[in-house]
Design a protein around this ligand. Structure first.
Ligand SMILES: [Zn+2]
Length: 138
C-alpha cells in the first residue's frame, strides 16, 4: 500500500474530493450505526438541541446551533474516524464548538468572544465482516 493511497477512515484528512460515508468507512454497517449529538452551553448546563439518528444521516460536520456563532461546529467524521481506526463499537466525547462571536474583520467592533457551545456526542458503531475475515475466505 502506497502512502498516497486513500485509507479508510482518514479520507477527509488526505483527499479534498467528495467521498461518501460508504467509501470512507467500508467496514461500517451504516444502517445500524447510530449517533447522538447533544448541544449545550458551558455556562448553562441545559441541553439546547439533541439529535439522534443513523451516522450517515449526519453531515461531515454539525454546525453550532447558536445563531451568532461563527465557524463553530463538531466534526462528525473526525470523531467517527477516530473510533473506526481503533475498531471501537462505542465512544463519546465532550467538545467545545470552537466558534466565536463578533466579526474578526472589523476593528470598530469589540474583539471576538469564544462561543460557549458544547457538543456531547455518543456513537454506537456496528461493523461488517472484517476485511481480514474476507481475505481468509478467498
Ligand atoms: Zn458555537
Amino acid at each position: 500500500m502506497g502512502d498516497d493511497e486513500l485509507r479508510p477512515g482518514e479520507f477527509w484528512l488526505i483527499e479534498r474530493r467528495e467521498t461518501t460515508w460508504e467509501e470512507a468507512f467500508p467496514d461500517l454497517d451504516l444502517a445500524s450505526s447510530r449517533l447522538v449529538v447533544e448541544e449545550s452551553n458551558f455556562t448553562v448546563p441545559r441541553i439546547n438541541t439533541s439529535r439522534e439518528g443513523e451516522v450517515s444521516s449526519f453531515g461531515r460536520t454539525v454546525r453550532c446551533s447558536v445563531s451568532k456563532c461563527q465557524s463553530g461546529g463538531f466534526n462528525v467524521q473526525d470523531f467517527i474516524g477516530s473510533l473506526y481506526r481503533e475498531r471501537k463499537e462505542e465512544g463519546s466525547v465532550i467538545k467545545g464548538c470552537g466558534g466565536q462571536f463578533g466579526s474578526p474583520r472589523s476593528r470598530r467592533r469589540p474583539p471576538p468572544q469564544p462561543c460557549d457551545g458544547v457538543f456531547e456526542v455518543t456513537a454506537a458503531l456496528v461493523y461488517r465482516q472484517t476485511r481480514s475475515d474476507e481475505l481468509k475466505d478467498r
